[in-house]
Design a protein around this ligand. Structure first.
Ligand code: 5AD
Length: 383
């Protein structure tokens, strides 16, 4: 009986690779429920009852990278390219701050030219100036999700953001399997796409003072449960503060259509299992319930929270740009305004007995401890 084995594995204080693979493999209702309950309880114990919003602003879909799974890779000429102007960016950030969001996340296609670096820098300076107040001395918190850059650029942006205790960067390494990584990113001799450079990015981000986030895609064709276990071990190795990860979904704009995609139900379950096991192994970190979960099932993000996630990223990008930012097919919320997204989400989060951490910074507790600031861990902490 797998249920006996699952119970025995979940009772352990430390999981072996074999245990992790077992938990990732679960598809049967009773086993999955046990895993879910354990991950949810562990999250409550380690992180409190709050779920934090990071308002997502998709700055630009112009991209110099050729990731073969992604709908906005540079070779996809069917996408109309856009870049938000600075007034639009600041407006979205101010909306987030005024509506109780502790922080925002700026995401864009990958560019390393000076024009782009200066654009982000100016956006950060203006966002800080527009959101700083006596109650919020650092302004709104900022997470950047802007691809691989140099240490110098990370430092420039960190300085411009002006929020040292709420400064975060998300840079996924996508998979720790080097062969699979190569298949995903092509072999055009683009050395910057090597997996090792992704790992260097994580070290550089730490050096530049960010809370360091990473993640992988789950259920990539050709990816094994052992690969996912190695991904979790890699999160541990880099002492990661935050994770954003979601299911791999086929993209018409990509070039991996022939490889197919896992069937939705087992894919969703695998992604949820991965969140739960990451919580059990990594402990007091922030884990985001990716929007891609919702692309499979309407309540996918809430399920992510039920399985141990404690961050969600409502989309604040102006509606006219949403269709231009489709990394995968079936991306949800293309038509919902920020107000609609946020309101319906709060009720959904409350339905699984979590509260939104309005106006709270919601830093990774692993990071706070590393900084020697454990007294800021109290769940009532305000930004
Ligand atoms: N399916 C799921 N996630 C995807 N991403 C890009 N394309 C896809 C896809 N087809 C994710 C990658 C990237 C993040 C910005 O979006 O993990 O790091």
């Amino acid at each position: 009986m797998t249920i006996e084995k699952t119970r025995a594995v979940l009772a352990k204080s430390e999981l072996s690779d074999e245990d992790i693979v077992h938990l990732l493999s679960l598809q049967n209702l009773d086993d999955c429920r046990l895993l879910q309950e354990m991950a949810y309880a562990r999250t409550t114990e380690l992180m409190g009852n709050y779920v934090y919003y990071r308002g997502l602003i998709e700055l630009s879909n112009i991209c110099t990278a050729s990731c073969r799974y992604c709908g906005i890779r540079r070779e996809n000429h069917d996408v109309k390219r856009y870049t938000m102007n600075l007034d639009e960016v600041v407006e979205a950030a101010v909306w987030a701050a005024n509506n109780g969001y502790g922080s925002i996340c700026l995401q864009a296609g990958e560019r390393r030219d000076e024009k782009f670096i200066a654009y982000v820098e100016e956006a950060l300076v203006r966002i800080h100036a527009a959101t700083v107040s006596p109650e919020r001395p650092e302004g709104v918190g900022v997470t950047l999700s802007l691809g691989q850059q140099t240490l110098e650029t990370y430092r420039r942006w960190a300085k411009a953001a002006g929020c040292p205790s709420q400064l975060r960067y998300l840079g996924r390494f996508e998979t720790s399997n080097p062969q699979l990584f190569k298949v995903l990113h092509g072999t055009r001799g683009d050395h910057e796409k090597e997996l090792e450079n992704r790992f260097q990015m994580l070290r550089d981000l730490r050096t530049a003072g960010y809370q360091v986030g990473t993640g992988v895609m789950i259920g990539i064709p050709g990816q094994s449960l052992e690969d996912l276990c190695r991904d979790i071990r890699t999160f541990q190795k880099f002492d990661i503060d935050m994770i954003g990860m979601g299911p791999y979904l086929l993209s018409e704009g990509g070039e991996l259509q022939n490889f197919g995609q896992m069937a939705p139900e087992p894919l969703l379950q695998l992604a949820l299992n991965m969140i739960a096991v990451t919580r059990l192994v990594l402990g007091p970190i922030n884990i985001a319930a990716a929007t891609a979960l919702q692309a499979i099932k309407d309540n996918g993000r809430e399920l992510g929270v039920a399985y141990g996630a404690n961050v969600v990223m409502p989309n604040l990008s102006p509606l006219q740009y949403r269709t231009g930012y489709q990394l995968y097919d079936g991306k949800p919320n293309l038509k919902d305004s920020p107000e609609q997204c946020a309101r319906s989400l709060e009720a959904r989060i409350q339905s699984i007995d979590r509260q939104i951490g309005w106006n709270m910074s919601g830093s990774s507790r692993r990071w706070l401890r590393r900084q020697g600031r454990p007294n800021e861990e109290a769940p009532t902490q305000k930004a």
